[in-house]
Design a binder for this molecule. Structure first.
Ligand code: DGP
Length: 115
């Protein structure tokens, strides 16, 4: 989508600090980190939120969880210490950018419940 900041990051129209990329996703550092390590994984394809995932996106969704999250955690060196994976969805879920993104946070103790 032309006015979507994460689409712009995915197609390099906007700058970001990329930590991993392949043909389906880009993972980059969050502009406003909530932990010492805070990376966002986005599909290159514009999908508004989990609510808009379709059957054709199953491979993409599995790829993010099975391949990309662990790879990013290893790169950030938080795979052993532990980390949190968050997908804010919709207004009450705290989603501010309407392009599906997976937060990977680590480098400190996480509290529960989240705010
Ligand atoms: P959420 O609240 O789940 O929609 O998280 C959106 C996150 O995206 C928030 O932590 C800040 C981050 N963010 C917003 N705009 C940009 C940007 O232009 N660049 C980067 N790197 N992160 C951004």
């Amino acid at each position: 989508m032309s006015d979507c900041i994460f689409c712009k990051i995915a197609n390099k129209e906007a700058k970001s600090n990329i930590v991993f990329e392949d043909d389906m996703v880009v993972a980059f550092r969050d502009l406003d980190p909530k932990a010492p390590e805070h990376v966002l994984i986005i599909p290159k394809k514009h999908i508004e939120s989990i609510n808009k995932l379709e059957q054709v996106d199953k491979e993409l969704a599995a790829h993010i969880l099975v391949d990309v999250v662990p790879k990013v955690a290893q790169k950030l060196k938080i795979d052993e210490s532990g980390y949190r994976v968050v997908i804010n969805t919709g207004d009450e879920g705290g989603q501010t950018v309407k392009h599906l993104h997976v937060h990977v946070l680590g480098g400190r103790n996480m509290t529960w419940p989240p705010g």
